[in-house]
Design a protein around this ligand. Structure first.
Ligand code: GKR
Ligand code: MG
Length: 426
């Protein structure tokens, strides 16, 4: 394939975009009125294009530009060489930050994070040229539908100074149960996750108990994003012993997680203490985790994520999927990956319900949840097309909103100047 002229990259467009996001609370602050992403369009000399989506923070965008320049001329079937080209381009770049995870702990590999959306775009192109879905390029689908969890957040009724949004306020157990009812009514989710780390742990434990009372058959998780000490985590784990299907990132670090895991009865999951291949040996040796929440955006793309799935299987760990606020290109990529990964053991996370369906860059509204699940697309490549009018509108939103780096803490401090992001907090 490497000599086929029509599969060489001649152009790469990087477009920063912004889409409306509700005031969702977390351990480091509150979501700003817009979430930012970068849309990647890789074009070959035959005029075909492949799509990728990634974080929108400025330092990350600068690295994406370096990577894009280095990829011109590469054959889209040469993913290994493409990765080497990006590695070489990044070697000279010492810029720090811009990881898109809002001050939460992350040591994810820069190369993996930067290369990921390009790899997705190359696979999209390969699939389109070969006439097969990306899931087939990852070894073939093992499931036609992917289960997702309803991702509950404490939230304000609306952004300060703006009207209330359709979800309304959720600041106590009753509010969280109301939110869960709406989410289950509209999407049919059969598992629920509560984003914690916002209120004192016993208030959040009470919200989980209220959910368990209202939905006795629905598996529940809580994720305080490392806001609790080891001691607090063990205490909450005891309180919620019979209620949680897993406990996600209660406390910071591989050692802290290992201590909690040794005392807790439910499985421990992470998208914080293990976010890169280099961290796996220590986490396995320490016995820190039961469930890895994989995410192709920082594990190096779809193929590296299937490698992660193999490692998880080897060491007896389960697998599911982490999410940040995202658009339809990322959702399509997540679906192909989950569709082709046998050991996705739990319903995957998605922020999708928090986004207006119109606020996207893909054509139409290709994702419809039934029973909390989505079909793995069957069309060639990722199975989504770029809507250039929508792309232009979301790019204009990016220009107008003025947000250049995700800053949940800074936004919270506008309303509460004393607020500090500290981990652990309780
Ligand atoms: O969107 O506020 C959020 C989440 O807290 C996100 O930033 C996390 O990365 O969803 C994520 C998680 O599971 O930790
Ligand atoms: Mg998490």
């Amino acid at each position: 394939m490497s000599s086929a002229k029509s599969t060489h990259i001649v152009d790469i467009n990087l477009t920063p975009v912004a889409f409306a996001d509700p005031p969702l609370l977390n351990a480091v602050g509150v979501h700003e009125p817009f979430a930012i992403r970068t849309i990647i369009e890789v074009v070959t000399d035959s005029g075909a294009y492949g799509l990728g989506e990634t974080y929108g923070d400025e330092a990350h965008q600068n690295r994406l530009t370096l990577a894009a320049d280095a990829l011109i001329g590469t054959d889209i079937f040469d993913i290994n060489r493409a990765r080497e080209a990006v590695e070489a381009a990044l070697a000279a770049d010492a810029t720090a930050g811009g990881h898109g995870m809002s001050g939460m702990i992350t040591d994810s590999s820069t190369l993996d994070r930067v290369f990921s959306p390009f790899e997705v775009a190359l696979l999209d192109l390969q699939g389109k040229i070969l006439g097969v879905p990306v899931a087939d390029l990852l070894g073939g689908r093992v499931r036609d539908r992917v289960d997702f969890s309803g991702y509950l957040f404490y939230k304000w009724a609306g952004h300060p100074g703006f009207p209330d949004d359709e979800w309304g306020e959720a600041l106590d157990p009753e509010g969280i149960v109301r939110q869960a009812e709406k989410m289950i009514d509209e999407y049919g989710f059969t598992a629920l996750k509560l984003k914690g780390g916002v209120f004192p742990p016993d208030e959040e434990a009470a919200a989980i108990e209220a959910l368990a009372a209202r939905f006795p058959d629905v598996p529940l998780r809580i994720d305080p994003n490392a806001a609790w000490t080891v001691e607090t985590s063990i205490r909450v784990a005891e309180r919620l012993d019979s209620t949680l299907e897993y406990l996600e990132d209660p406390t910071p670090g591989i050692e802290g997680m290992a201590e909690v895991r040794a005392a807790a009865n439910m499985p421990l999951a992470t998208n914080m203490c293990v976010v890169a291949f280099a961290q796996l040996p220590d986490a396995v040796a320490a016995g820190s985790i039961d469930v890895i929440l994989s995410d192709h955006h920082f594990w190096g793309g779809l193929r590296r994520s299937t490698t992660l799935a193999g490692i998880a299987e080897t060491f007896g760990m389960s697998l599911s999927m982490h999410s940040n606020s995202h658009l339809g290109i990322s959702l399509a990529a997540m679906l192909h990956l989950a569709g082709a990964t046998k050991n996705i053991d739990y319903a995957c996370d998605t922020h999708w319900p928090w986004k207006n369906p119109e606020d996207d860059v893909v054509v139409g509204d290709p994702f419809s949840f039934v029973g909390g699940a989505l079909e793995v697309p069957t069309r060639p490549g990722l199975g989504v097309e770029l809507d250039r009018e929508r792309l232009a509108r979301l790019h204009q939103q990016y220009i107008d909103c003025g947000i250049r780096n995700r800053d949940d803490t800074g936004y919270m401090q506008k309303f509460d100047p004393e607020y500090r992001a500290v981990a652990p907090r309780w």
